[in-house]
Design a protein around this ligand. Structure first.
Ligand SMILES: [Zn+2]
Length: 295
């Protein structure tokens, strides 16, 4: 009698971009409903999911390691022990990939929402989970979540989940935080401000030689629905209209030349290309790339 496997081995996937190796590290997933969507007919949204064989909204949470010029960065940190037990697996998957978190010298954040920044710090004891890393994000982002006026105007859920928790997550990195406007923020990584989902939400373009990867952050949360209806946003977008404009700009940019994209909420491992189809778009997940040779 042999026993059947009872769990997946890893949530790790490597992808070479020129001389840079990008490693997708899964944080797991978060289940939710579509009622958080805005600017889209919910019946239509449900139909799109059903026709894509998705019984409900399941949101992958991905982070990406950047191995470049002898240095190591991670883009986003997952949700740590702060959200649901189906997520918070970054540390476990880093271990599976043979990566010591102490060897990561830079944490780049796309933005400060708990599924991206709660993995910075062990929220139960305030311990840094990336003890040697500089924390790097857009200059609009940090001040927004520390703005007491903005916090006072937010609803109770956002006050606790985004403002209060965000402050606690970044506090231990206070003396090693760098804010940027735009430009190259790590060797081979250029910030592409894409504001609206949050005031400092930023995508990162990875480039080496003539190879490129656009890690587009939270350009989409429900890929099936938002590629069909790019105007559709989320109730937790700080600025719904600006987020939709940024999404449309990003969609046009990457579909125009077939740029490889990766996303924090594309289904793991999250590498895909986007094609324009009239007013809508279609996402084509990339085939599994086995080789470390450049395609
Ligand atoms: Zn997110």
């Amino acid at each position: 009698m042999t026993s059947q496997p009872s769990q997946q081995i890893t949530g790790v996937y490597h992808r070479k971009i020129g001389d840079i190796v990008v490693t997708a590290i899964s944080d797991g997933y978060l289940d939710g409903n579509l009622e958080v969507m805005r600017n889209v007919d919910l019946d239509k949204a449900h139909t799109i999911l059903r026709e894509a064989f998705r019984p409900a909204r399941r949101t992958s949470v991905n982070t990406f390691l950047i191995h470049s010029k002898g240095r190591l960065a991670i883009i986003d940190t997952g949700s740590g022990n702060y959200l649901l037990p189906t997520a918070g697996m970054v540390q476990r998957n880093l271990a599976a990939a043979g990566i010591d978190p102490e060897s990561i010298d830079t944490v780049l954040l796309t933005h400060m929402h708990p599924d991206h920044s709660a993995g910075l710090t062990d929220m139960s004891n305030g311990k840094l989970l990336f003890p040697n890393a500089e924390l790097v994000m857009h200059e609009n982002e940090l001040p927004h979540w520390f703005d007491d006026g903005a916090m006072a105007r937010a609803d109770e859920r956002a006050k606790k989940l985004f403002f209060q928790a965000g402050r606690e997550q970044v506090a231990p990195y206070k003396n090693r935080t760098r804010l940027f406007k735009q430009g190259e923020v790590f060797p081979g990584v250029t910030a592409v401000p894409s504001h609206g989902h949050t005031p400092g939400h930023t995508a990162y373009l990875i480039a080496s030689g003539n190879h490129q990867l656009m890690i587009w952050g939270d350009t989409v949360h429900v890929p099936e629905v938002q590629t069909a209806h790019p105007e559709a946003g989320m109730g937790f977008d700080t600025d719904l209209a600006q987020a939709a404009a940024s999404r449309k700009r990003m969609f046009d940019r990457v579909s125009a030349d077939g740029t490889l994209v990766a996303g924090m909420h594309l289904h793991f491992p999250g590498f895909a290309r986007l094609a324009r189809r009239g007013e809508a778009y279609a996402l084509y997940p990339e085939m599994w790339v086995h080789s470390f040779e450049q395609e």
